[in-house]
Write a protein that binds this ligand. Structure first.
Ligand code: SAM
Ligand code: FE2
Length: 667
């Protein structure tokens, strides 16, 4: 059905072609909190003026670049690279700089313990030696520049590197600490004695960027302190949990820092691709104790909300294939407040994503062969290997960065091809794909993808009953309605498939029964089975997008409309809503096959709400009835004997309950 891939494709869409402005980050401390080592005045000017200038410069260069690209002005696009490098570097470097510092009261100047400390001791003998080395490199910077303590992704070693001007460190390094050696960072306080500034700043350096505890903690072994916290082992779960969580998050640990990233980090393999993303939120969902007390529950909810406010993902998949909501669902916490918090975050995220993507053309909007190149935000934000200036990097790392970039582009290209070539995802491909009617199902001939299966008959029956519901009510209670709505009983079904619902509709003997169908093989079946001869049937050949607008012109109005297509996405449904409001009689009823996100319960719950919100914008109200769904173990590739999905490549249904929608104009 249409919605199976809706969200998967959204997940793929998310990183594409989105360009948003960068903004000046808030500092985690007051301007004067770094005194006496760095004066409040310096910090304020440094942040509000200098850093802000880079933010503005970067944004405006990107805007100019987009304009130059649109105008085909090649020379201008080349000229702009320098400004992007300078301002983009200034923006990024300062972000890392602020995170590299902390007031003494918040851990500034405390040498790191754990994995980083061990690595430094092994390589340099002591942290002091590393500091001395950094200071000598700082002193050696000619003009303006930066010193960095980085972790080399290739060999895992901790290194000190410097960059000139606002050049930033390349993708082969994880920046741990950045020290600004521009005059604007110290002159007001230290004048020309910059060595004193370099000495003083070590009283503020914070090792929060990489908090890794090496404690061998019960069965869990090494992990980050953030992850340890989210295991909720210390009871009672009290306010200190929230405080610690806030501390980690505000000190630069991402809310989506995964167990896998941490493991890779500890093994010195940061650039290894992650196969799964077990986030702090997953850990919390796994760890909520069964005997939780009401006051502890409030704390856990506060932690969840804190994670979301720092950008935690509601639909990331952990090492067991579950989103945080799935984890709760499987633990029987389906209707809990934790679960609802995740669904609400999902609704917000999806609506926001739609807003962001509003101006973006989706892959499915393009015919084959005319798909634009994908621009990946993350990739373009990465350092471009510079060719205009000698850099600090070894030539080999430049080549490697290029090679990585090529690999990355290849992968994107593959994703693009897969999407386009998948009939379940792209209409133009689907409409060219051969179909086969085979015992109780309609499937794609080559791939054996289920288009329609007869276990859905129950759902079709519910659909048919629903679109005739006001016709039935009118028969018993005509007073309630405007009679003119019922002088003719006209219904529309979009998507014939196996004709299950159309056969049921015929049994109700409507005045007119419209059928919208786009696939040539299905139209052939309609012809073969005599549907064209039925006196009250009118077949609209072609995509509904092309045939329904004509009905608006003809003044055809419906008592009921049912929608159930294939390889369409929720964005298509949004287009459909525009037509539905125009085509329904005032007492008309709209329903659809609700497979929106049904391959995962949480996504199903999120889309249940999104439909309500979207329909309300049209003055329509949704009532859901819960129905049971057919045999499935809930697993992705359920091939068990008793499963409906045996022999079908992808199960498009994995939920135990079906939310059947009945949509009418609000009273
Ligand atoms: C899942 S089947 C419908 C099953 C139907 N409800 C039944 O009871 O048998 C989906 C149907 O929608 C058709 N379809 C897909 N996209 C369409 C579009 N844009 N316009 C009209 N029909 C479309 C497909 O060809 C397919 O026949
Ligand atoms: Fe600076």
């Amino acid at each position: 059905m249409f919605a199976v891939r809706t969200l998967r494709s959204q997940a793929l869409r998310a990183p594409m072609m989105v360009r948003t402005n960068v903004t000046l980050p808030k500092l985690d401390y007051a301007y004067d909190a770094l005194e006496p080592y760095i004066s409040g005045q310096i910090n304020e000017i440094h942040h509000k003026k200098h850093h802000q200038t880079y933010v503005n410069g970067y944004n405006s260069s990107l805007t100019q670049l987009a304009e130059a690209e649109a105008a085909g002005d090649v020379l201008k696009t080349i000229q702009l690279q320098q400004a992007i490098k300078f301002h983009g570097g200034g923006y990024r470097n300062h972000n890392i700089f602020w995170k590299s510092l902390a007031p003494v009261s918040q851990g500034g100047g405390q040498l790191p313990t754990g994995a980083l400390a061990q690595a430094v001791e092994k390589e340099y003998g002591s942290f002091d030696k590393l500091i001395a080395l950094t200071n000598s490199k700082l002193a050696g910077i000619q003009g303006s520049g930066w010193a960095w303590i980085v972790k080399n992704k290739e060999n895992g070693s901790v290194e000190v590197v410097t960059t000139a001007n606002q050049d930033t460190v390349g993708p082969q390094f994880v920046p741990l600490i950045a020290i600004d050696a521009w005059e604007h960072a110290y002159y007001l306080q230290y004048q020309n004695v910059k060595v004193d500034y370099f000495k003083a700043i070590w009283n503020l350096i914070s090792s929060h960027l990489i908090i890794v505890s090496t404690r061998n903690n019960r069965k869990v072994g090494k992990m980050s302190e953030l992850h340890e916290l989210c295991h909720l082992t210390a009871r009672p779960i009290d306010k200190s949990y929230v405080e610690k969580l806030q501390y980690f998050l505000s000190n630069g640990i991402p809310s989506t820092y995964t167990v896998e990233e941490c493991e890779n980090y500890l093994a010195g393999k940061e650039d290894e691709e992650l196969e799964s993303t077990t986030t702090p939120l997953h850990l919390i969902c796994r760890s909520i104790p069964d005997d939780i007390k009401p006051e502890e529950k409030l704390i856990v909810l506060e932690m969840i909300s804190e994670l979301f406010s720092w950008g935690a993902g509601w639909n990331l998949i952990d090492n067991e294939g579950n989103t945080p909501g799935d984890v709760l669902f499987r633990r029987g916490l389906h209707n809990s407040e934790y679960y609802n918090a995740i669904v609400d975050a999902g609704v917000r995220a999806e609506l926001l994503l739609r807003k962001v993507n509003d101006d973006i053309e989706f892959l499915s909007d393009f015919e084959d062969g005319e798909v634009p190149e994908l621009v990946d935000e993350e990739a373009s934000a990465k350092d471009e290997p510079s060719n205009d200036e000698p850099s600090n990097d070894e030539p080999s790392s430049n080549e490697e960065a290029l090679e990585k970039e090529r690999e990355y582009q290849q992968k994107l290209e593959q994703v693009r091809k897969d999407l386009i070539e998948d009939p379940a995802n792209t209409q133009s491909t689907y409409l060219k794909t051969k179909l086969e009617y085979r015992d109780g199902s309609l499937i794609t001939k080559d791939n054996k993808d289920g288009v329609m299966m007869d276990w859905e008959s129950e759902l079709m029956k519910a659909g048919c009953d629903t679109i005739f519901s006001t016709v039935r009510e009118f028969a018993t209670d005509p007073e309630k309605f405007d009679e003119s709505d019922f002088t003719d009983i006209t219904v529309l079904n979009i998507g014939f498939g196996m004709g299950i619902i159309d056969t049921m509709i015929q049994e109700k003997n409507p005045t007119m029964h419209y059928i919208s169908e786009a696939h040539p093989d299905v139209l052939a079946k309609l012809r073969q089975d005599g549907w064209y001869e039925k006196p009250n049937v009118k077949i609209l050949e072609g995509r509904w997008q092309d045939t329904l607008p004509e009905l608006l012109n003809q003044g055809v109005f419906f008592n009921g409309i049912y929608y159930d297509t294939y390889s369409e996405h929720y964005s298509d449904m949004l287009d459909l809503y525009d037509l539905i409001v125009g085509l329904l009689k005032p007492s008309g009823v709209f329903s659809f096959f609700n497979g929106l996100g049904a391959d995962r319960q949480v996504i199903y719950d999120v889309y249940k709400k999104i439909v309500e919100i979207d329909m309300a914008n049209y003055g329509l109200e949704v009532k859901y009835t819960e129905l049971a769904t057919p045999a499935t173990t809930g697993e992705e590739f359920d091939q068990s004997e008793e499963s409906e999905w045996n022999g079908i490549k992808r199960a498009y249904w994995r939920c135990k309950t079906y939310y059947h929608p009945e949509i009418k104009f609000q009273d």
